[in-house]
Design a protein around this ligand. Structure first.
Ligand code: ZN
Length: 130
């Protein structure tokens, strides 16, 4: 199998060490809480996904950046589509965007944060699943 590059592995929510194992358990839309459950370790290379207690506190800042980018995109879109918007309309749209994008921003921010601290190991990537 061809190796994924780092950006693709982050966007596809893969382990940053082997770029093969999934970070999150497969969630179901019918059970929204299941969308936020991570594997404790990589199912492929056994890299721990919680290197220390409170590790993902920093992912909150990544999530803040993602949400700010989303706010700007939707605000500019609203300006172009409906220039006479009201503040309550803008706040309603932004609230809906935050709630609907929560599973994506939560997962992506954790994937980015983990990739900042765990380096790719080609040996872990080539390990054969048993
Ligand atoms: Zn792995």
């Amino acid at each position: 199998m061809a190796q994924r590059n780092g950006l693709i592995s982050i966007l596809s929510l893969r382990c940053p060490k082997c770029r093969r194992g999934q970070l999150f358990q497969s969630g179901k839309i019918s059970k929204p809480g299941s969308l936020f459950i991570m594997h404790p370790a990589c199912p492929h290379c056994t890299q721990s996904f919680e290197p220390e207690p409170g590790f993902y506190f920093g992912a909150m800042f990544v999530s803040y950046g993602i949400n700010t980018a989303l706010f700007l995109v939707f605000w500019v879109a609203l300006l172009l589509i409906y220039p006479d918007y009201t503040l309550s309309l803008l706040l309603g749209i932004l609230t809906a965007v935050v709630i609907l994008s929560l599973p994506i921003s939560f997962r992506l921010s954790r994937s980015i944060w983990l990739a900042l601290f765990i380096r790719f190991d080609p040996k872990a990537s080539t390990k054969v699943d048993s």
